[in-house]
Design a protein around this ligand. Sequence first.
Ligand SMILES: Nc1ccn([C@H]2C[C@H](O)[C@@H](COP(=O)(O)OP(=O)(O)OP(=O)(O)O)O2)c(=O)n1
Length: 245
Amino acid sequence: MLLTDNEIRQAGVVRSGRDEHYGSTSYDLSIRSIIDSEGKLFVSEGYTVKPQEIVWVTSKERIVLNSDITAHAVIRTSLCNSGLLALNIGIVDPGWNGQLATAIINFSKSEYYLRPGEKFLRLSFYKHSTPTKVNNINKTELEYIQERKKLAIETFGSTFLNVEDLTRRVRESFIGSWKEKTILWGAMGAIIFGFLSIFVAIAAYIIPWNGALYQSNFEDLQERVGILEGMIKKEGMVGTNRETE
Ligand SMILES: Nc1ccn([C@H]2C[C@H](O)[C@@H](COP(=O)(O)OP(=O)(O)OP(=O)(O)O)O2)c(=O)n1
């Protein structure tokens, strides 16, 4: 059964709640702290979320659920209309006793100022029979904020898709592949050059018969010319020419 505003109040599930945050069948959580990607906490001054930036936001209210109540969290429509998306929405289990939080991404083209006290998650509460399995979880606000800080630092980048890290990795892999290619081609060039040197050395050793062949052809030619000259002289055909030169 979905609880109405009065039933939510009577159930005492929202601690430190404000009257103006109750809807007909819902309660809007307000911002206590904003945690940036370096784990820095902003409590009283608020925080300006840049486009694509991710921050964590924790609630001022403490939600205390008996074993017969489950809550459901969604992002407020007005924040959504401003281009802000909440990641950690969904079920708040029976037995939960603590603050709530969500990672928020600014998907809009402009900066968005998150103000302490601003409404961010809308909760609806459902009463049901007692389940067989209930996990009683009770966290102090300090413990809860410390956990979110750890998540902000270790799990998420500062921007959606962690563009900076993505760019760095693409650049590194590009430069890396060029380095690898250069090394590979250099090594291949050295191998080819090595083989060529060996080939030239072997060829120089094997090829001399070619030189001998040309040499014998030349000698043969010289001999033939000599014979021809002898014949011409004998015939007295060029004698006069030679004398006149
Ligand atoms: N915006 C929200 C929504 C829920 N919760 C809390 C209340 C839930 O009951 C609890 C769920 O935490 P779990 O670690 O149990 O969540 P998982 O879904 O990961 O379950 P599990 O690890 O038990 O499988 O987180 C929260 O702090 N902030």
